[in-house]
Design a protein around this ligand. Structure first.
Ligand SMILES: Nc1nc2c(ncn2[C@@H]2O[C@H](COP(=O)(O)OP(=O)(O)OP(=O)(O)O)[C@@H](O)[C@H]2O)c(=O)[nH]1
Ligand SMILES: [Zn+2]
Length: 337
């Protein structure tokens, strides 16, 4: 397709047919192609060879396919991904669940009303960094908030360096500035709690044409008929928008090191602590404590940082030693902090 950036087009051989996955469920795929949206299938070898869920095509993936006449497109291969936005699967397992592929920008949407919670924003930003995408914070319902500047300040404190936009989504106020955050061919997704105004914002972002929900009739791998909706849209400025359900509550998944990117301020501070293994409690010469006392750092932020570290440590241990042993290690006599 002529809509892909070079990262993807360089992986395609001349003459190959390429499209982008716009829907995926139970072995049924929709693929957006130059010839419109078509039904997609994966051949049996995917099921035999795929070891993890991330080996299967996901919404946002670019795929090379083959198609005979008007039949379904058979996916030949998935092009190398630029990014992967995933979350831990619900339940006790540790499988990584692929959410969406090749997202460049994640809009972390929050409202300036009761729902406003800087700790949640902090966690979302952390998750976005892990995926390799860029976070952009969008605060909606500006019209219902009397302390916009104060809120902006609070957001900037928990997410230093991340762009923040305040919008009145109903009026579309602030949308023009927001669209400057991404470039042509880039892919944008929205995350945020229910009711914060994601749908309202999406309606503003989509052109009339892109707004039509194009239904694709397909059969899943058990032969059942399903109607699928597109979850990938083209924006007026040539970017893509992905809107899939289930992206809203995200659990932590990732490497401990990316935490330090979100908490750069704490990371910088603790390098100045007198002791290398400083726990920032009562140790002498603790730069983190000093910053809290001086009002430069919030105690809450330090607590959140510790909580995230603990959760990631638990995940890492579980992966290595299993649930039972991890619980013993964390809660037993030789408890790990
Ligand atoms: N006053 C005001 N109301 C808004 C604004 N943005 C959204 N709303 C209203 O908030 C309600 C929820 O908005 P939605 O766009 O449906 O929220 P959502 O995030 O898509 O919610 P889910 O679909 O449940 O995830 C609607 O009644 C909107 O009209 C805003 O900037 N100002
Ligand atoms: Zn310290």
């Amino acid at each position: 397709m002529n809509l892909m950036n070079e990262f993807f087009s360089s992986q395609v051989i001349k003459g190959e047919q390429v499209g982008r996955i716009s829907f995926s469920a139970h072995g049924v795929y929709s693929i957006v192609t130059d010839a419109g949206t078509i039904e997609g299938r994966i051949p049996g070898r995917f099921y035999h060879r795929a070891e993890e869920s991330k080996d299967y095509p996901a919404v946002g993936d670019w795929v090379v396919y083959q198609r005979e006449n008007q039949g379904p497109a058979i996916v030949d291969r998935v092009l190398n991904r630029k990014t992967l936005l995933s979350r831990k699967k619900a339940g006790p397992g540790l499988d990584e669940q692929v959410m969406v592929a090749n997202v460049d920008v994640v809009l972390v949407v929050t409202s300036l009303t009761k729902e406003f919670n800087v700790r949640r924003i902090e966690r979302y930003v952390q998750q976005v960094y892990e995926s390799g995408a860029r976070p952009v914070i969008v605060c909606t319902k500006k019209d219902l908030c009397t302390q916009v500047n104060q809120r902006m300040y609070e957001v900037e404190r928990v997410a230093p360096g991340v762009p923040v936009h305040c919008l009145n989504t109903i009026e579309g106020e602030g949308v023009d500035a927001l669209v400057q955050e991404w470039n042509e061919y880039e892919t944008v997704v929205l995350i945020g709690s229910s009711g914060v105004g994601k749908s309202t914002l999406i309606n503003h972002l989509l052109s009339e044409h892109a707004q039509e929900t194009q239904e694709v009739r397909a059969q899943d791998h058990r032969g059942r008929h399903t109607t699928t909706h597109r979850e990938l849209f083209r924006l007026l400025d040539g970017a893509f928008l992905i809107d899939t359900p289930g992206m809203r509550e995200m659990q932590l998944w990732g490497e401990e090191s990316t935490i330090d990117q979100t908490f750069l301020d704490i990371d910088q501070l603790q390098k100045q602590c007198k002791f290398r293994d400083c726990q920032h409690e009562t140790e002498p010469g603790c730069a983190v404590r000093r910053a809290i006392n001086d009002g430069e750092l919030e105690e809450e932020r330090l607590n959140n940082y510790r909580k995230l570290k603990r959760e990631l440590k638990r995940l890492a241990l579980k992966e290595k030693y299993g649930t039972q042993r991890t619980n013993r290690m964390l809660h037993g006599p030789n408890k790990i902090q």
